[in-house]
Design a protein around this ligand. Structure first.
Ligand code: ACM
Length: 509
């Protein structure tokens, strides 16, 4: 199984299941059963029937608060008994059962399965970390609703429970904001993209773009909710703003017309620090947050060059008024404004670790990406942390230093093998145990400068994401023990149609 459950042992005997499967479960878990039934029908054409107390059943699922949040127990004997702390735990128990069957149960094209035989066993399972996340940059390359729905399914199959959507960047704005239509009529489209590596300085003339409207977002939110995945919207300001400025140059520092950027990298065109701009940013972020009703909101904050502020008389005036001696402190005006208004609306707020360089409101959760050390620093300062260190968890980095790798974000030494991912420590080294409770979990990043299709996304994400899912579930251990389970798990990915990278392309050639 993958991720490996916390505990389990086999017993004598087997249980053979056939369609229709009769399942008794809590009324509140009806939706999870429907998802399971749809998946099973799609894979092997089986029927799942919900039965009442007292009737014969194949699976009997009961609520047991002792299992903890997202936790479950499974006992396979003369029938299957499930205990779960909540609906997520029930759904994870069903995922575990499917993993105990043939890979065919994961297929997206139906095939015949007469019987499904399980060995008798007991499993006890619960995650160590509540935030088991994946980040997807839909700004550099747009991924449509179908691609994101598919990724959500793949997360759920690995018991990952957060999908962070990076919704804007210099190269594209991806969510419609009706009050500011230019964000998508202009900002969602660029005239071309780099060909090969950005360093090669070659561009195509192929328009690229796309965006989600409110109905698209609602569809994604609902699809994710049914699979216990929470979507996290990110609007990244005040840097990474060139697509916004292409639509509304009045919010920039020069007023000069700009195009949506056709380079990869960090544009030095950033928002100005006038009151109207802060007001605009606040309005847009709150609107987008409203499309994701129960989600924490990520306000970006990474890589904001201050060169335009240094040259701007208006920005210098604001510095004087505020008594700032470093233009980077101006970024704190955005962080503070957006955080306060989101917190006032009852929303949790996340930001990249650069925000620690200026004013940060208590209660902000820090995504530590520049290094694990940034996570230590944030936790020691009393902030909750999501660990996203690029050295282990940036899946846009090369998967190996072999010649077969496609162009990736940077050449060697930016290499992260799946074995290296398996070795990541969610609790960063050097963090005093008194601060461990601040580490809410970890997140793998899929930046998409060099990921322009679902096939390439699969290649960069898998099998690294499999390794990550086990580490962040909290049951990672010895890579030699993991490897055969991973090899077996690849059959499930085959069934799901995932174009993963081979474990050892050099050996497999
Ligand atoms: C980042 O990679 N700029 C968060």
């Amino acid at each position: 199984m993958l991720p490996r459950p916390r505990g389990g042992e086999g017993r004598e005997g087997t249980l053979t299941l056939r369609s229709p499967l009769r399942v008794r479960c809590d009324d509140a878990w009806r939706e999870d059963l429907e998802v399971f039934a749809t998946d099973l029908a799609g894979a092997v054409g089986w029927t799942v029937r919900r039965v009442d107390d007292g009737e014969d059943c194949d699976i009997d699922a009961r609520r047991d608060g002792g299992c903890g949040s997202e936790g479950y127990r499974v006992r396979v004997g003369e029938r299957i008994d499930i205990a779960a702390g909540d609906a997520a735990g029930f759904s994870y128990a069903l995922t575990a059962l499917r993993q105990l069957g043939p890979a065919q149960l994961w297929s997206r094209t139906p095939s015949e399965l007469a019987t499904w035989t399980l060995d008798a066993l007991d499993l006890v399972d619960a995650p160590s970390f509540a935030w088991r996340g994946v980040h997807l940059d839909v700004a550099r390359h747009f991924f449509d609703v179908a691609a994101v729905r598919r990724l959500i399914d793949l997360l759920a199959a690995h018991r990952l429970n957060h999908l962070h959507l990076h919704l804007n960047d210099d190269q594209g704005w991806r969510v419609e904001v009706p009050a500011w239509p230019g964000l998508t009529t202009v900002g969602a489209w660029r005239s071309g993209s780099p060909v090969g590596h950005e360093h090669d300085d070659v561009r195509d003339d192929v328009a690229h773009g796309g965006f989600y409207n409110a109905a698209d977002v609602a569809e994604l939110v609902e699809h994710a909710r049914r699979r216990h995945v929470r979507l996290i919207p990110e609007i990244d300001l005040p840097g990474h703003a060139q697509s916004l400025l292409a639509a509304y140059p009045q919010f920039g520092n020069t007023g000069a017309p700009l195009e949506v950027w056709t380079h990869w990298g960090i544009s030095h065109h950033v928002l100005n620090v006038e009151a109207a701009t802060l007001e605009f940013a606040d309005e847009v972020v709150r609107y987008v947050a409203g499309l994701f009703p129960d989600s924490p909101v990520h306000i970006g904050g990474d890589e904001c060059p201050s060169v335009q502020w240094e040259r701007s008389a208006a920005a210098r005036d604001v510095m004087d008024q505020r008594g700032f001696d470093d233009p980077r402190q101006l970024q704190g005006l955005f962080t503070e404004r957006l955080t306060r208004s989101l917190l006032a609306e009852g929303r949790a707020v996340l930001a990249w670790d650069e925000v620690l360089d200026a004013e940060v409101i208590p209660g902000t959760t820090i995504c530590a990406w520049r290094s694990a050390r940034k996570g230590v620093e944030a936790a020691e300062r009393g902030f909750d942390v999501i660990m996203a260190p690029m050295q282990h968890l940036y899946f846009d980095w090369l998967s190996s230093d072999g010649p077969e790798e496609p162009v990736a974000v940077a050449p060697w030494p930016y290499v992260t093998t799946w074995e290296k991912v398996y070795g990541v420590a969610v609790i960063p080294e050097g963090l005093h145990p008194a601060h461990h409770h601040h580490v809410r979990g970890a997140q793998a990043q899929l930046w998409t400068e060099y990921i322009d299709s679902v096939a390439r996304l699969d290649y960069m994400a898998f099998p690294r994401l499999c390794a990550f899912s086990e580490v962040v579930w909290g049951t990672g251990g010895d890579v030699e023990e993991f490897r055969p389970r991973l090899e077996h798990h690849l059959r499930r990915l085959d069934a799901m149609g995932v174009a993963y990278r081979a474990l050892d392309p050099a050996r497999d050639r």
